[in-house]
Design a protein around this ligand. Sequence first.
Ligand SMILES: Cc1ncc(COP(=O)(O)O)c(C=O)c1O
Length: 496
Amino acid sequence: MRWPISQALFRLCVLRNWDVSSGLSRETSLSIRTTAEKDPTMSQDTIKYLLSESDQPKSWYNIQADLPELPPPYLHPVTKRPATADDLAPLFPMSLIMQEMTREREIEIPEPVRDVYRQWRPSPLYRARRLERLLDTPAKIYYKHEGVSPTGSHKPNTAVAQAFYNMAEGVKKMTTETGAGQWGSSLAFAAQIFGLELEVYMVKVSLEQKPYRGGLINLFGATVHASPSELTAAGRAILAKDPNCSGSLGIAISEAVERAVTTGAKYGLGSVLNHVLMHQTIVGLEAMKQMELAGDDPDVLIGSVGGGSNFAGLVFPFLGQQLREGGKKRRVIGVEPAACPTVTRGKYAYDYGDTIHMAPIAMMHTLGSTFIPPPFHAGGLRYHGMAPLVSKVVELGLAEAVSYHQTKCFEAGVSFARTEGITPAPEANHAICAAIDEALRCKLEGKSQTILFNLSGHGHFDMQSYIDYFSGKLKDIAVSQEEIAMALAGLPSAAG
Ligand SMILES: Cc1ncc(COP(=O)(O)O)c(C=O)c1O
């Protein structure tokens, strides 16, 4: 029996000469069929490689167990001596300090953390078949979609872990900084799950560009302040010099660290540190299983690099396998903005982690702790330094870095959105841009290589940047050598 609505549709189709089975015009229906006939794989090949909740990894991977050489230790910002666990204790709970220093290969993920992860993990791995067709490349492009998390990026992978360990050690309040707002909203989500109070210092220009991220932080019960703020001595000092300062991650870190030590709270960092990178390895560990499901093995691994955590999360488990077992040497590419070219143009040196010099000094690629990147839309990539472990991996020749201007990245992001249907975060556009370049290289060389990149987040809160891109307002900002040299002149003297 036909339902009345179906009958009406049927009559309409006959009347208008539409295809009855699809309800589309005959021409559209025909063109879809001919595309499918031309490319018989179109409707049959797998697009998503999914794992079940029970396949979720039970441990994180620590690359410190397998690296032939480790980064030198953190230094105390005042004494410039190697920082001890006690030096770090005012900032972090002891379990995270131990994770920072351990060389154990596998660290068990606590049950309550895995329970929260199950809300969105394992995240899907996609084969970008439509993007491949658009590029007409023999390369196979895969991406791990971290934008499916509650706040839309990879950041909850460490936020949930950090909030859990703080709660377990009796901490009541945390402070943090955030650039794009992805980290701040992720820690806000995690903090409310584990009953912690949270205060977030968000880079002023990012909060202005993305007020809804601030709203999301509030939604999860945390407070958010534009940084530099009048609430801290660090913020007041910066504002005294430049009342219009647009802020930077380095400044926001100084404010959050100051608030933690002066209010008896603990501090959480969304990237850079060893334990943060380790929490993110759940991404790569899942991706390894999913690539196996796909019957494929990446030749090229790509991630955008701000502080280095989504990049490390994807690539470290693959690098670890390579270091332990030998075999195929994969190309590993970190992608950064040309407006904040930490690895490609910075110096590998000991430097302060923040602008006011309260956080530990680390050996890393750096543009100098006083470097304030020009305001550009990938707010999460505006950090002057790089994770010491990522820097070390680059120094050891295990990974390389490239940089792109923002308009090329947005162009790549638009092609991705129009083929894959996912709106990428501006940070993730950097990884997409490199993946496209690699796929085009494969086309030129006639090679069918396998490319895997980390789609580190969705861009649903970043539509203003896309609007600006389409109206031609986004500019490519060049950083002069003088600017970098000036900031590098402030490297810590005794350690440099
Ligand atoms: C979506 C997204 N990708 C990448 C990054 C860069 O950070 P990291 O290098 O730690 O992954 C950020 C930082 O906020 C981000 O929000």
